[in-house]
Design a protein around this ligand. Sequence first.
Ligand code: AMP
Ligand code: ZN
Ligand code: FE
Ligand code: FE
Length: 271
Amino acid sequence: MPADMHIHTTYSDGGSTPGEIVGMAKLLKLEAIAITDHDTIAGIQQALYAGVANGVEVIPGIELGSYSQGEEIHILGYLVDLSDRLFLEKLAALCEARVYRMKRMIEKLQELGFPVTMEMTKDISGRGSLGRPHLAAAMIKIGAVKTIFEAFEKYIGEGCPAYVSRYKMAPVEAVALIKSAGGAPVLAHPGLNRPGYLLEDLIKAGLAGIEADHPSHSTEQSNYFKRLARQKGLIATGGSDYHSPGHKEGNRFGMTTVPYSVVEELKKRAG
Ligand code: AMP
Ligand code: ZN
Ligand code: FE
Ligand code: FE
């Protein structure tokens, strides 16, 4: 039975609640799913409850954004101890950095004449990870733009007038953090950028796997990363990176899955 190991919810920039995601997984007869929101575990508890109620195994996960050589590198973390103090402190710091950055972006938009406010973006993001997609939604709400794409293109994308960068860890730091919290760190969608130069250092820091199967990877890329995983003694994982039907990459829910044995391997590496 298949498992989808990369899914976003409304707790970051996904369109479905954890409960809805579990319902969709049940319909597709997935045996296990991992909830991997950006920089937050706020949706995990809700997903775990729904999973128990619906007979779908929910694997707690996270997708940490990190930064190296001008590129964003994403590190997935599975089965972390959700009460690990150091881990929670770091997530709180990331959350604070997102709030600080959002305030500065809102100031810039206000200077440009758009009446967006912090309250509007916080209302949209709820308890989850505050990000630019929420700001884009606020801009649509006030009629400043018609689409999220337009908001990114004109105002909040990198290099645009209201863009402000936010604090990000180094990839090795993200891997070490997940490892120290008892989780299994996995390099996300390596085909989207070129993180090959980082691999040896990430392995030294405790990397457990690479996400070989991802909707953005060609068959050749998936095969290449599976071979690489085998060579390096890493687990080849995979997932759909589902956000919502309207998301820019258009990944369908459950379109990329892996055999349940991947979950078992991750469990062996965690802890
Ligand atoms: P943030 O983490 O606040 O910097 O926002 C990054 C998120 O914005 C990504 O996870 C994407 O989901 C979304 N995003 C980035 N660029 C675009 C774009 N051009 N159009 C729509 N969404 C985007
Ligand atoms: Zn996302
Ligand atoms: Fe990602
Ligand atoms: Fe993702």
